[in-house]
Design a protein around this ligand. Structure first.
Ligand code: PGA
Length: 227
């Protein structure tokens, strides 16, 4: 019998894989997620960085998405600064945010393209903030957030009225252009959407289903899942 690993064990596996990327190619371009799913992975990255003295100084970091019209403390830039960039002592010049770079896709391309992008999945099938329906041909763009995404993220805001309705996100093509993709899904509430996304037809109503088109997708879950 194969026992599913715990969220903590899986998060550590992802952390090890991200660190291997940097050890093998120190100037890698990394696409980084926010939200609840990667928090444990970031803790393991910090711990492994201390233990192994990992040098992140040549790596370039790209946030996957960002809210529009929100204050600094709620921004994904702040999330990444506090959970990743600060603790890993990464210089500000190596950290990019889709809100402050006019052509995010050109910037990524001109630096050689994303080497590894880590993703979570929303219960409505979104990846980054590519909400259903999303065109396969999308690059970085602005989006209206769905009610289900706003509900899911309500807990991070003091009141429902200040949950942003808009965001900017890497598009499907931006994500599919990444040489490696890691998709993480934790909790039984993510199992059904992951099954539909990766085993059902490719469907603009399930943006994560486009990941079936990527040749180098690695899936990490804390429940039993195989393709
Ligand atoms: P979560 O969000 O990690 O907070 O569950 C995942 C996502 O929306 O991509």
């Amino acid at each position: 019998m194969i026992l599913a690993k715990s969220k903590d064990e899986v998060s550590k596996d992802v952390a090890v894989s991200v660190i291997s990327q940097i050890t093998e190619k120190p100037d890698s371009l990394l696409g980084l997620p926010t939200g609840r799913t990667p928090l444990n992975m970031y803790e393991h990255i910090k711990e492994l960085t201390r233990k192994r003295n990992v040098d992140w100084s040549q790596a370039q970091f790209f946030g996957l998405d960002e809210y529009l019209d929100t204050d600094r403390l709620q921004s994904f830039k702040y999330y990444l600064e506090t959970n990743v960039y600060g603790p890993l002592k990464i210089s500000e010049k190596n950290c990019s945010n889709p809100l402050t770079i006019v052509n995010y896709d050109n910037a990524i391309e001109s630096m050689g393209g994303l080497d590894l992008t880590v993703l979570g999945i929303g219960t409505n099938g979104h990846i980054a903030f590519n909400e259903p329906p999303t065109s396969e041909l999308s690059w970085t763009h602005c989006v209206w957030l769905t009610e289900s995404t706003k509900d899911a993220n309500m807990e991070f805001f003091e009141s429902p009225e200040i949950v942003p309705d808009k965001a900017v996100t890497m598009g499907i093509q931006t994500l599919l252009s990444s040489r490696r993709l890691i998709l993480m899904a934790f909790g039984s509430h993510k199992k059904e959407i992951l099954e539909r996304a990766l085993k059902g037809p490719v469907d603009p109503l399930i943006p994560a289903s486009y990941l079936q088109k990527h040749q180098n997708l690695e899936i990490y879950t804390d429940f039993e899942f195989s393709i």
